[in-house]
Design a protein around this ligand. Structure first.
Ligand SMILES: C[S@@+](CC[C@H](N)C(=O)[O-])C[C@H]1O[C@@H](n2cnc3c(N)ncnc32)[C@H](O)[C@@H]1O
Length: 246
């Protein structure tokens, strides 16, 4: 079941994601977004768009961003930045094969069934369309990871725990405020492949040596075209001339 958890936190989240308070983190996020999405034209669906913090970099690449999010509170802020609709990422109100690009940023910890969302994104992408996932690094950010020492991250056995929790080493962070799910790295990549998307590129960054963000580009394959070229019969004839022991 999905709930608009962010309604009560939208003003705080809008300030948190503003360039003045987000600083280096948001700059880095947007650098990754530019690298993974690349330039293009047409609609770019920002799934779980939140307050619309990524509309400007997507538009600067030539895309026309449109956002969808569950939370009316978040969309109140986003509406000034891009056209938006309220809706569930796991039941997108869009036709099959209808958008050339989609992004989902910092929401793998918020959507209860991220695999279902990936399937929906794969459904609505046009063949050849691209999807960019950007999120907290699944190996180093979670209730299982203690960053309080700064240069040494302590990861414990809770890495395998996929359930939602408000537990965090940082009482002032998003996780302690709204809670977070955990999608281990292999689950994330396997769910992307199971959705029928082809991984093209992955990237990870951190402000120091340890990455706190992980992202990838995945593409919806074009259907294979049947081989009906005039060369085919000739090739078959050629094959028939091959020695039988080949
Ligand atoms: C951490 S915020 C990220 C917002 C934005 N992408 C960003 O990077 O700032 C996570 C967002 O996911 C949204 N969300 C969670 N579950 C959702 C669902 N099933 N469908 C649509 N939006 C959802 C929340 O309302 C929230 O705005």
């Amino acid at each position: 079941m999905t709930t608009a958890t962010y309604d009560d936190h939208a003003d705080w989240y809008n300030a948190y994601m503003s360039p003045s308070s987000g600083g280096e983190f948001i700059d880095r996020l947007h650098t990754m977004l530019r690298e993974l999405l690349g330039p293009g034209e047409g609609l770019c669906l920002d799934v779980c768009c939140g307050t619309g913090a990524h509309a400007a970099p997507a538009a600067a690449l030539g895309w026309t961003p449109v956002g969808i999010d569950l939370s009316h509170g978040q969309l109140r802020h986003a509406a000034g930045r891009l056209p938006v609709a309220q809706g569930d990422a796991t039941a997108l109100p869009l036709a099959d094969d209808s958008v050339p690009a989609a992004i989902c940023v910092l929401a793998s910890t918020d959507v209860p069934d991220y695999a279902a969302m990936l399937r929906e994104i794969a459904r609505v992408l046009t063949p050849g369309g691209r999807f960019v996932h950007l999120g907290v690094h699944p190996c180093f950010i979670g209730a299982f990871a203690d960053w309080s020492e700064g240069t040494r991250i302590v990861v414990n056995e809770r890495y395998a725990d996929r359930s939602r929790t408000l537990d965090s080493w940082n009482p002032a962070g998003v996780r302690a405020r709204v809670g977070a799910w955990h999608v281990p790295l292999a689950d994330l990549l396997n769910a992307t492949l199971a959705a029928g998307l082809r991984l093209e590129r992955t990237t990870e960054t951190g402000s120091g040596g340890i990455p706190d963000l992980f992202g990838f580009t995945a593409v919806k394959p074009r259907p294979a075209t049947p081989r009906t070229t005039s060369a085919a019969p000739a090739a078959l004839a050629h094959d028939r001339r091959l020695p039988s022991n080949r």
